[in-house]
Design a protein around this ligand. Structure first.
Ligand code: GP9
Ligand code: MN
Length: 401
């Protein structure tokens, strides 16, 4: 009811942080290009396999971008759709099921809707059937004006692999859609090739597979490299079309690609045992924000997908103090290092808490549970508030200018 919403609103307001004065509005009126990088985990960034760089393009691109190297995915069973939900609402996904299916009839105030109110054209581009993950229904609730789904692409046997259209084809065909959009636009591109089971045509494999007991992990590296090349090609095309300098480009990993089932092989690759602490650290995915005219910087704040929306809206010069968001602006001077994962694990600047164990973040050693205790209830409360908002459809009661 209304009183629950008031309690949550008070909590949100109490935790809200002032945006950075210099960066607020730095990208005002620019196009926003979001790129969802399928199953991309941070452990491949600046790493090699068989002596070869895995993501040579991204490794260069992060040097001229803001790169967040302690950024965690917060998805649950809804996988890609959960990542979309978190990023566009600054709310958590659900502990069970996919919110895209279970609560698509809710009232939201998602980023596409907010940006529409600020004169943006908003679109999602993804070469899969529109009903997958219930996107056709949920995108209306999120306020998307257009969905370029598989019908908007030329998909053949030759240009497809694994789940569908190859990423390089997807991006090159997407350029035409982009050129037709009214500016400024918010365009979200969802890649697909680097998806389990990571199959790739021989001619697209430019680095060798890894050699371990897990064929899944072995195949992961060449498909990650393929996606890296696809993004490189896209950035190149954006420059060629004169679309690069007028756009803020946000790239993020949607969720993990390598599950715990491959811990032995993962342990071989990383050269260390995969403890519960390491499992949490493996939930890091890249977040890269490229702003024209800004120099690159690596930022090591402990952060999560929930923080993308306030960060981005502030860069665009849009105040967020009237919205119900559970994340915070990563550029705020007052940003607090604290991120909660969907399974109630959490990370602070000093500790990692998971499976009722408290770890020292710097050493990975088990430490006194008391050290983590103050945050346990806060983490549960965050998730609880988010669940209440979704299950109670509470945003329908929320009306603010
Ligand atoms: C499907 C794509 C992949 O459209 O988003 O979904 P996933 O299995 O990663 O959630
Ligand atoms: Mn995915």
């Amino acid at each position: 009811d209304g009183s629950e919403l008031t309690e949550i609103e008070n909590y949100v307001r109490a935790n809200q942080k002032e945006p950075d004065a210099d960066l607020f509005g730095i990208a005002k009126g620019k196009n926003v290009i979001m790129i969802s990088l399928e199953s991309l985990q941070s452990f491949v960034i600046n790493e090699k396999v068989n002596g070869q760089e895995i993501t040579p393009f991204l490794n260069e691109f992060i040097k001229e971008s803001y790169y967040f190297d302690n950024f965690y995915h917060q998805t649950g069973q809804g996988k890609t759709s959960d990542s979309e939900f978190i990023i566009e609402n600054s709310l958590y996904p659900l502990g069970r099921g996919a919110v895209f299916f279970t609560n698509a009839q809710n009232e939201y105030k998602a980023m596409p809707e907010v940006l529409t109110e600020h004169g943006y054209f908003t679109a999602s581009l993804h070469a899969n059937h529109r009903s997958f993950w219930n996107r056709d229904i949920m995108y209306d609730a999120l306020g998307y004006q257009h969905f370029y789904d598989s019908d908007a692409y030329e998909i053949t046997e030759e240009n497809s692999v694994n789940w569908g259209l190859k990423d390089k084809e997807f991006f090159s065909q997407s350029i035409n859609h982009l050129k037709e959009m009214q500016e400024p636009y918010y365009a979200k591109f969802i890649t697909l090739t680097n998806h389990f089971p990571f199959t790739l045509n021989e001619e697209d494999r430019t680095i060798d597979e890894y050699d371990s007991s897990s064929n899944t992990l072995n195949r992961y590296f060449p498909t990650v490299r393929y996606m890296d090349e696809a993004v490189e090609q896209f950035i190149h095309d954006l420059k060629r079309e004169g679309l690069y300098d007028n756009s803020i480009i946000v790239l993020y990993g949607d969720h993990y690609g390598i599950s715990k089932n491959h811990n032995d092989a993962m342990s071989q690759f990383l050269g260390k045992e995969i403890t519960p602490f390491e499992t949490v650290q493996l939930q890091r995915v890249p977040l890269i924000i490229h702003i024209p005219g800004q120099e690159g910087q690596t930022i090591s704040h402990v952060a999560g997908q929930i923080d993308v929306r306030p960060t981005l809206l502030h860069l665009l010069g849009i105040q967020t103090d009237n919205y119900i968001e559970l994340g915070n602006d990563l550029f705020s001077d007052d940003y607090v290092d604290f991120t909660v994962l969907r399974d109630s694990s959490f990370i602070t600047d000093n500790y990692v808490y998971t499976m009722d164990i408290c770890y020292d973040k710097k050493t990975g050693e088990v430490t006194d549970l008391q050290a983590c205790q103050p945050y346990v209830d806060i983490a549960k409360q965050e998730l609880n508030y988010s669940d209440k908002l979704i299950y109670g459809d509470l945003l329908r009661f929320y009306e603010k200018e």
